[in-house]
Design a protein around this ligand. Structure first.
Ligand code: GDP
Ligand code: IMO
Ligand code: MG
Length: 419
């Protein structure tokens, strides 16, 4: 059997959590493969809303095993808060949530380093989520990290050495901090973490596949935030792309099955960095208001703009997307005209190829579509789609060369239409 991968094709917040939840019944195991609590994945069903940060979005569907994979970075304090919130709403995850021993731990000082680096960058700051993601992945790559499996082996000694090293780095920054309260929370988080099953997830996952069971891998962030292929340096610190599922889970490339590429019918971005189709006018504001485009965790305003098919085509190529999923088209239900960026004009020359750098001098070239002007939020079947809507999705499919298999017309689990 294979691992199907579901990942974001834009700058995150495409609606990954919602669709992973919808697809989970078809799988035996759901697993996150990268990122950490910088993610905020929203699920809505039976009148309840949940926001998941480190826990995979398959956790609510019928006792399936969910795994936090080795590519993830995990903050014990935030993990504790997340599971306690779920416990309060009656969800006990201890039997069905496993954690990879090779997942790296976000230490209390990683968060401080994230803040210190950001403030030192001044105007060039990335606008990170402040969760210590960059410093934790830096320690992983520079071979200084602490992993979940270390909790079982001389842990305090390793922790103290890491904290001393971080304190020394922090002393070079004009940055005040009080470590004691966050350390206390963090150690309480470690105790909580110990209630969960630590696994050698690469063995578990490959055995699951060998037993003929299907796995869904859930991406975090989006392709344009990928550390190699995103809008560098305004990116996150992990490989958010399909290849990240191989390294973040320990599965061979030929074990990857379908790659579900998910995107919004328009585009958003949170934090700093280039965004060629960003709208600074009333239309941008209308999209933000109608789409409730505010960060799931931080509440930060998301920047809004038209769909960028040049960037999407690049994302489809990098990920080898086999099936597309279009989200939030209901947000555009009332628009007279909808635009899609079909090329970039750079130094007066039009191109459909995503360039090295989109920071400056990229002017979007748009094609216009008539709006469908129909409330689609209660539709359940493709037969009900307005003609203008069909024209919009057909154009996107043709441009990207991949079929759209699911459209989402509202935040609830039920507002999902298979094509
Ligand atoms: P993720 O990080 O990719 O899981 O996405 P987020 O949860 O950060 O952001 C997606 C937001 O859009 C959440 O508030 C969802 O509840 C909401 N959402 C998801 N799909 C739809 C949709 O089709 N229509 C509308 N209006 N909202 C949606
Ligand atoms: P989900 O999984 C949207 C952005 C931050 C910042 C940059 C780097 O919910 O789609 P980091 O804290 O990772 O070092 O921040 O990446 N970012 C996200 N934007 N959705 C996310 O996750 C994001 N995770 C990080 O805003 O610009
Ligand atoms: Mg999100």
């Amino acid at each position: 059997m294979k691992v199907d991968v579901l990942l974001g094709l834009q700058w995150g917040d495409e609606g990954k959590g919602k669709v992973v939840d919808v697809l989970t019944p078809k799988y035996e195991v759901v697993t996150r493969f990268q990122g950490g609590p910088n993610a905020g994945h929203t699920l809505e069903f039976e009148g309840q809303k949940y926001v998941l940060r480190s826990i995979p979005s398959g956790i609510f569907q019928g006792g399936k095993i969910n795994i936090i994979g080795n590519g993830v970075v995990l903050d014990p304090a935030l993990f504790k808060a997340e599971v306690e919130q779920l416990e309060q709403s009656g969800h006990d995850l201890t039997k069905r949530l496993y954690i990879s021993r090779k997942a790296h731990l976000i230490l209390p000082t990683h968060r401080l380093l994230d803040a210190a680096y950001e403030s030192a960058k001044g105007k060039g700051k990335i606008g990170t989520t402040g969760k210590g993601i960059g410093p934790t992945y830096t320690d992983k790559v520079s071979r200084n990290g602490l992993r979940v499996g270390d909790i079982e082996l001389n842990f305090k000694e390793k922790y103290d050495a890491a904290i001393a090293r971080h304190k020394e780095i922090l002393s070079h920054y004009d940055f005040k901090y009080d470590l004691a309260p966050i350390e206390k929370e963090w150690w309480a988080g470690i105790e909580k973490l110990k209630q969960y099953k630590f696994v050698d997830s690469e063995h578990f996952i490959n055995k699951t596949l060998a037993d003929g069971k299907k796995i869904l891998a859930e991406g975090a962030q989006g392709t344009m935030l990928d550390v190699d292929f995103g809008s560098y340096p305004f990116v996150t610190s992990s490989n958010t792309i399909c290849a990240g599922a191989c390294t973040g889970l320990g599965v061979a490339p030929h074990r990857i099955g379908d790659v579900f590429g998910i995107f919004k019918a328009y585009c958003t971005r949170v934090g700093a960095g280039p965004f060629p189709t960003e709208l600074f006018d009333e239309t941008g504001k209308t999209i933000r208001d109608l789409g409730h485009e505010y960060g799931a965790v931080t509440g930060r305003e998301r920047r809004c703009g038209w769909i960028d098919l040049v960037a999407l085509k690049y994302a489809v190529m990098i990920n080898g997307v086999t099936k597309l999923i279009m989200m939030k088209s209901d947000v555009l239900d009332g628009f007279d005209t909808i635009k899609a960026c079909v090329a970039y004009k750079i130094n007066g020359i039009e191109t459909e190829d995503f360039p090295f750098d989109i920071c400056e001098g990229v002017e979007p070239v748009y094609t216009e579509f008539d709006g469908w002007k129909t409330d689609m939020s209660k539709m359940t079947s493709v037969n009900e789609f307005p003609e203008e809507y069909n024209a919009y999705i057909s154009f996107i499919e043709e441009y990207l060369g991949v079929p759209i298999k699911i459209v989402s017309v509202g935040p609830d689990r039920e507002q999902t239409i298979q094509l």
